[in-house]
Design a protein around this ligand. Structure first.
Ligand SMILES: NC(=O)c1ccc[n+]([C@@H]2O[C@H](COP(=O)([O-])OP(=O)(O)OC[C@H]3O[C@@H](n4cnc5c(N)ncnc54)[C@H](O)[C@@H]3O)[C@@H](O)[C@H]2O)c1
Ligand SMILES: [Zn+2]
Ligand SMILES: [Zn+2]
Length: 361
């Protein structure tokens, strides 16, 4: 079928909105008309870091309406409203244990489909599609049934599109990995889409003192408005000491969303003994870590992909928080029609907007 897609053709070239063709859904696949698609920093890093994959249609926070299903699909039907998340096999031991983020087939299922495997053509030539099993910077996608979480027709798809990656990553890092008990102290380093979601989850779970650290004054202001008790300017000296002062000796739980080595070091220092720091941002390939600090104070450092939950269970939790007003997504998003994708990307890269969302209607 004929569709419209935003194609990335160069690491620094603007996206071009082009006519494309999409093959029909095969067995186990679903055709979704995209209503909205969030932009995640991972889209921008993929465009920059994997030039060999270009041209590609990126996008992995889709939301839309099912238009057709392939053979064997029973979990969703034509007309269903769906959020689109990452792909997983559902059969390996990590999927079976409820951790599809660490699926044994993660890379092959989410890294894009190439050549004849791609469901997308532009001018008759294949372009890389199936990014995170979706490539949702397009009016329509062919995706896998496990990518989809069905939602009620009343759910605002534009506001919830980013649940499929950025929001579940931050919220899940807190709810599924750090699991702060009520009254715990939590510090969030970097308050972009992922960090704000972490902050909102910490509040929803009844954390005690929540500290937000960023270098952008507008983000700190928004973090405070969304429930941070303490905001710390990361550009000032002695970040860890200031957090320790504000929390009577350090936090029990922390999350880094910056991927910057000096910030991760601050986050380790900001932990009280026995505290845990979760990492989600792939910034630094390697880190110098003072091992004695971890050992001497029993601190834990762990990584976490896509919030470490099963989207089939965790996205409904997020939707419940959203319905109850605990995730005021209208405070985080700004919408752009697909034709304005380059403005949206610029606002994402500059930090002007926490979560840009493309719309297709
Ligand atoms: N692990 C996963 O599954 C997963 C999923 C989605 C996104 N990510 C990654 O998570 C990261 C965060 O994503 P995002 O969309 O929130 O990005 P973002 O750029 O919107 O947020 C990062 C924030 O860090 C702040 N920052 C920069 N330098 C700082 C410093 N020195 N001290 C404190 N704060 C500082 C920025 O001002 C910004 O607000 C990205 O690297 C992204 O690729 C990982
Ligand atoms: Zn699997
Ligand atoms: Zn993402």
């Amino acid at each position: 079928m004929d569709i419209i897609a935003a194609v990335a053709r160069g690491a620094d070239a603007p996206f071009t909105v082009e006519a494309a063709t999409l093959r029909p859904p095969g067995p186990g696949e679903v055709l979704v008309r995209v209503v909205a698609a969030g932009i995640c920093h991972t889209d921008l890093s993929a465009r920059r870091n994997f030039p060999a994959d270009l041209p590609i249609v990126l996008g992995h926070e889709g939301a839309g309406v099912v238009e057709a299903v392939g053979d064997g699909v029973t979990a969703v039907a034509t007309g269903d409203h769906v959020l689109v998340t990452y792909s997983s096999c559902g059969a390996c031991r990590y999927c079976a244990a409820g951790h599809p983020g660490y699926c044994a087939e993660w890379v092959v299922r989410n890294g894009g489909r190439f050549g004849e495997q791609s469901p997308l053509r532009v001018g008759g030539e294949p372009v890389v599609g199936g990014f995170f099993g979706q490539s949702s910077f397009a009016s329509h996608i062919v995706t896998g049934v496990r990518n989809l979480v069905r939602v009620g027709p009343d759910v605002n798809l534009t506001r919830t599109a980013a649940f499929g990656c950025g929001i579940q990553t931050g919220a899940g890092a807190v709810a599924n990995v750090l699991r702060p008990p009520a009254g715990a102290t939590v510090a969030i380093f970097g308050t972009g889409g992922v960090g704000m979601a972490a902050l909102l989850a910490a509040r929803a779970l009844g954390a005690g003192t929540v500290v937000a650290v960023d270098i952008a004054p507008a983000r700190l202001e928004l973090a405070r408005a969304l429930g941070a008790d303490v905001v710390v300017d990361g550009a000032e000296p002695d970040v860890a000491a200031r957090i320790a002062d504000a929390t009577h000796g350090g936090v029990s739980h922390a999350l880094d969303t910056t991927g910057l080595a000096p910030v991760i070091a601050q986050a380790i220092d900001a932990l009280a003994p026995l505290g845990t720091l979760a990492l989600v941002a792939l910034g630094e390939p390697t880190l110098p870590i003072e091992v004695a600090k971890l050992i001497g104070q029993g601190k834990t450092l762990r990584g976490c992909l896509e919030g470490d939950g099963d989207p089939q269970h965790f996205l409904p939790v997020l939707l419940d928080w959203f319905r109850r007003g605990l995730f005021p997504m209208d405070r985080l998003i700004r919408t752009y029609p697909l034709g304005k994708i380059n403005d949206a990307v610029a606002d994402c890269a500059s930090g002007a907007v926490v979560k840009p969302v493309l719309t297709f209607e």
